[in-house]
Design a protein around this ligand. Structure first.
Ligand code: AMP
Ligand code: GLY
Length: 419
């Protein structure tokens, strides 16, 4: 009998997950909760409303596997509750998701595991943090320790900016309780890299690495965003460098999880910086990245259901590097005003009849029209044999989608595709 999968979440990442899962010959139906209107071709939308409702809904719908997309429900323990209800779940326990939910915990974990990372100091007292900065002038990155929707990291050019960041996070509580503790760490330089590993509690398999573009504007200028576009593969990462990432970062992490008895059956996202001294881990995330997932999955020729279901049940069907077919590039279309105060409710043209992979993040169907409904609205993706061609096709697809004030970074993968 065909399998039924429930994907929890509502963004472009979840659209890509639902799309890829729906292609598995073993999957009969994908449900997405709450999802968005743009996913209707690949999944049926459901909503559990109140928390706790997901377990009931999954049982009522005879769901065989639950895939949890975003970090918040993971950090809050949704995977534990669903497992306690007897469901197979792809997503780490709350105790393991602390690797993303608590940057102070993550830093201590990295140090215990011997993973190369930026040197850091941790403070839960603003006066002490400010005094320490006075005594240690330099270029620091100041991070709110808790979850802050990707906004809690302030990269500083000098000591004055770092003090200002501590003031905003700890004294003005710009990110609420997420900023009760701060991590102040050495500012590193280099291109970034996203590595997605699938863990089954014992072993790991990993996708081809990808690269996000976090800044809003071309040339890596402007404020940080959730991500304006991504691509895979990454030409400046050869097999030897990837081997270092596995040997120096992933393997010691899996070993430390085991040593601590942490149950990790889900996706472990390594956010790395490739410095002149080698790869350094900036952060762990406990879920797939957005928008990297929108390019990593189209370039993955395997059966995603088998992979995630195997991980959820503690038996990965494969180990090591996963295959990749060609290249994929994705351009995000974001609303005017994003990331600060996105304008919503504007009509979108060009979706009807568009040919290509378009993942919906913030859209809504209203009286027969598509409207914008969020900061990041769409992600236009193309796959091809090589990066340059994928980039050309994806940009063409993105430029055919129009709404007032749309922001697109046209330089996604530009440098890498030219090299
Ligand atoms: P995080 O959420 O910790 O990955 O931080 C978000 C972004 O801030 C990263 O993707 C980097 O662009 C930047 N960042 C974080 N830590 C550092 C660091 N130690 N040095 C330079 N940039 C950093
Ligand atoms: N693309 C960055 C993230 O998902 O955190």
């Amino acid at each position: 009998m065909g399998q039924r999968v429930l994907v929890i979440g509502s963004g472009g990442r979840e659209h890509a997950l639902a799309w890829k899962l729906s292609q598995s010959p073993r999957v009969e139906e994908v449900l997405v909760g709450p999802g968005n209107d743009g996913m209707r071709d690949v999944a049926r939308r459901v909503d559990a409303g109140e928390d706790g409702g997901w377990a009931q809904l999954a049982r009522r719908e005879k769901v065989d596997l639950v895939v949890i997309g975003p970090e918040n429900p993971l950090v809050e323990g949704l995977a534990d509750r669903l497992r306690a209800a007897g469901l197979a779940v792809f997503g780490p326990s709350a105790a393991a998701a602390r690797l993303e939910g608590d940057k102070a915990f993550a830093k201590a974990f990295m140090e215990a595991a011997g993973v190369p990372t930026a040197r850091a100091e941790i403070f839960d007292d603003a006066t002490r943090a400010l005094r320490w900065l006075d005594e240690h002038p330099g270029r620091w990155v100041v991070k709110a320790a808790g979850l802050a929707a990707g906004k809690g990291v302030i990269v500083c050019d000098d000591a004055a900016q770092a003090s200002e960041a501590v003031h905003r996070i700890m004294q003005e509580q710009a990110f609420g309780t997420a900023g009760a503790t701060v991590v102040i760490e050495e500012r590193l330089e280099g291109p970034e890299l996203s590595v997605f590993a699938v863990l089954d509690g014992h072993r790991a398999a990993w996708f081809a690495p990808s690269r996000d573009h976090k800044r809003l504007l071309e040339g890596d200028r402007g404020p940080n965003t959730g991500g304006m576009g991504a691509f895979t593969p990454v030409p400046d990462v050869d097999e030897a460098l990837m081997r270092r990432v596995i040997d120096e970062v992933l393997d010691p992490t899996v070993e430390e999880l085991r040593r601590r008895g942490l149950d990790y059956r889900g996706l472990l996202y390594l956010g790395l910086m490739l410095t002149a001294d080698g790869p350094r881990l900036l952060e762990y995330n406990c879920r797939f990245g957005d928008p990297e997932t929108q390019v990593v999955l189209p370039a993955y020729p395997g059966d995603l259901y088998e992979l995630l279901d195997g991980a959820a049940r503690g038996h990965l069907p494969v180990e090591g590097g996963l295959p990749r077919e060609g290249a994929a590039v994705g351009f995000v279309l974001a609303s005017e005003g994003y990331p600060v105060s996105p304008r919503k409710g504007l009509p979108i043209d060009g979706l009807e009849g568009a040919e290509g992979l378009i993942f919906h993040a913030g859209t809504r169907r209203h009286e027969g029209r598509w409207l914008t409904a969020g900061g990041r609205v769409l992600c236009a993706v193309a796959r091809a044999d090589e990066l340059g061609e994928a980039r050309r096709r994806a940009l063409h697809l993105a430029e055919g989608l129009r709404f007032p004030g749309a922001q697109i970074r046209r330089d996604i993968a530009a440098r890498e595709a030219a090299s």
